[in-house]
Design a protein around this ligand. Structure first.
Ligand code: ATP
Length: 257
């Protein structure tokens, strides 16, 4: 079977504010399979978010192609859910209306079915009683859960997550990781997850893509041979520790070329 997402010889150049070109990505080849959980890791500025924006259809590559289900990506699509570092909720809308907002924005109205599904998602993420609250009444972790629920409203085939837990405290972060794994195992989808945390990448992923410093390239793709479901015990598995050390060395010893 073909890949769900394919990047073929993708180059991305930006023009910086002083007018000089910045090569963010150079000849990136990457194939992501159906229902796999893949993390992108690498030094700051190596182009992780750029890869996500290309897959989301928010950017057009300078060269090369990005395709989803063998069709070139030309614009954002409904079958893709996106979660950013900050929850980006609208403070004047309640939680339920925030989750269904993309529907109102796109079609001008929200079906009863969408509201029902939003309510069901709220239960899934443990916020069943919070639908009528405003985002400001929720903690950071709860707000990010709402943003995740919003991205799942249409049960997308592909979920793109750009450091979604980085603004959370360590405990909430672990809790959210397990919650995400539970959601993903119940409704499998291809997940591309950008993180700076080696631990988070190992805990969550089937494969980890290590990127090199700018211009970003795929330096190495590492399989995570840890059994699922993963749990707190996974964190003390010797395989986990060995892999973390291995990746740490790879990420920190890569010099810009
Ligand atoms: N719109 C833009 N205009 C100019 N340069 C950009 C633009 N977007 C990204 N860049 C540059 O491209 C490079 C890659 O950026 P990107 O945000 O993809 O990196 P990243 O790996 O996600 O970084 P971080 O880990 O710090 O979030 C950086 O040098 C960045 O400054």
């Amino acid at each position: 079977m073909g890949n769900v997402i394919d990047l073929t010889r993708v180059c991305q150049t930006f023009v910086s504010s002083d007018g000089s070109p910045v090569t963010a990505l150079q000849d990136v080849d990457l194939g992501l399979r159906k229902h796999e959980f893949v993390s992108l890791i690498g030094p700051s500025g190596c182009g992780k978010s750029t890869v996500l924006r290309l897959i989301a259809g928010l950017l057009k590559p300078t060269a090369g192609t990005v395709s989803i289900f063998d069709r070139p990506v030309t614009e954002p699509r409904d079958e893709i859910g996106v979660v950013f570092q900050k929850p980006t909720l609208l403070p004047w809308l309640n939680v339920l209306d925030n989750i269904t907002f993309p529907m109102r924005h796109k079609y001008g109205h929200v079906d009863a079915k969408d509201t029902e599904r939003a309510q069901a998602l709220l239960s899934t993420i443990g916020l069943a009683d919070f639908g009528r609250k405003r985002p400001g009444e929720l903690s950071g972790g709860m707000q990010q859960r709402v943003a995740i629920a919003r991205s799942l409203l249409h049960d997308p085939d592909i979920l793109l997550m750009d450091e979604p837990f980085s603004a959370l405290d360590a405990l909430t972060r672990d809790e959210m990781s397990f919650e995400l794994l539970r959601i993903w195992s119940e409704r499998p989808k291809t997940v591309v997850f950008v993180t700076h945390s080696i631990q988070e990448a190992i805990l969550l992923s089937d494969r980890i893509v290590v990127m090199s410093a700018r211009p970003g390239r795929v330096a190495e793709i590492i399989d995570v041979p840890l059994p699922r479901p993963r749990s707190l015990a996974t964190l003390s598995d010797p395989v986990f520790t060995a892999l973390a050390n291995d990746i740490r060395v790879k990420v920190f010893t890569r010099k810009p070329e």
